[in-house]
Design a protein around this ligand. Structure first.
Ligand SMILES: [Zn+2]
Length: 276
């Protein structure tokens, strides 16, 4: 790739040897009288001086030196151009390699992110399927379950707030977007289904063990009083009716059908084998 040249190729002593040899040749020419015809105009102008042999030779050698210098300069310039071109090519190659490396890293990162997203989606689908299967199994066995599948408690029992007439929460709130399926936590009979004042649309079930459960702020009610329901049977859809600041399910466990007979709903559900 690199165009290298030994430094001083055109310089002394090589040049001296060459010019010396040429000088001998010119001297030979001079003695035969041919020099006058071959010389440059500058040389020709000197042909009139007496010491033609000496001055002619001196000038020939001087011109030889000038030519050699020019060749040197030309070679240097060419070498410089070659060096510059080589450096440019190297820089371009380096830039290209860096760009390639960058593009490869970018592609790798994109592929990784894609795989991660796919794995997350698969995990989500798997968890959803597990939840549904667990819920179906609990329904089949007639065992207790969460009133909103896969939900969690967003406001705890007995938490204080101006929202509640008693000054504290008589139940627990389950996180639920409006329209989520609300199911009977266990088998029972509908004893109340309708408007419940601050509870909005609400349902009260008498469970087979004699306890009661209540479901409030529903957007719609799907059962009527006297109806028997199995565990996991959908009884309505969640909403934000009554004294509510947003969609959720208010759930209570009671010893009687009436407000004020509440017990800890989390302890109640856990006692019935529900993980909450
Ligand atoms: Zn509540």
């Amino acid at each position: 790739m690199a165009f290298t040249r030994a430094t001083g190729k055109h310089r002394a002593p090589g040049r001296l040897t060459r010019t010396g040899a040429k000088a001998v040749g010119i001297a030979t020419l001079a003695t035969t009288g041919v020099i006058g015809g071959l010389a440059s105009p500058a040389l020709a102008a000197d042909t009139g001086t007496p010491a033609v042999g000496d001055t002619g030779l001196t000038q020939v050698i001087a011109i030889e030196n000038v030519l050699a210098e020019r060749i040197d300069a030309q070679a240097d310039a060419q070498q410089h151009q070659a060096d510059v071109a080589e450096k440019k090519a190297e820089a371009a190659a380096k830039k290209k390699a860096e760009a390639k490396k960058k593009a490869e890293a970018k592609a790798k990162a994109a592929a990784k992110a894609k795989a991660k997203a796919k794995a997350a989606r698969a995990e989500e689908a798997r968890e959803s399927a597990v939840r549904a299967a667990r819920s179906a199994e609990r329904t089949r066995l007639g065992s207790f379950q969460l009133p909103v599948a896969g939900s969690y408690v967003s406001t705890g029992y007995k938490s204080s707030g101006s929202m509640w007439s008693s000054g504290s929460h008589s139940g627990i709130d389950f996180h639920a977007a409006s329209g989520s399926s609300v199911v009977a936590v266990g088998a029972g009979t509908v004893v109340e289904a309708g408007w419940g004042g601050a509870y909005g649309n609400n349902i009260v079930l008498r469970m087979t063990d004699g306890t009661y459960t209540q479901y409030g702020h529903l957007s719609s009610i799907g059962v009527s009083v006297g109806q028997s329901v199995g565990a996991g049977r959908q009884i309505g859809l969640s909403g934000s009716t009554g004294n509510s600041t947003g969609p959720h399910l208010h759930f209570e466990a009671r010893t009687t059908p009436s407000y004020g007979s509440d017990m800890d709903p989390v302890a109640y559900l856990r006692a019935h084998g529900v993980s909450v």
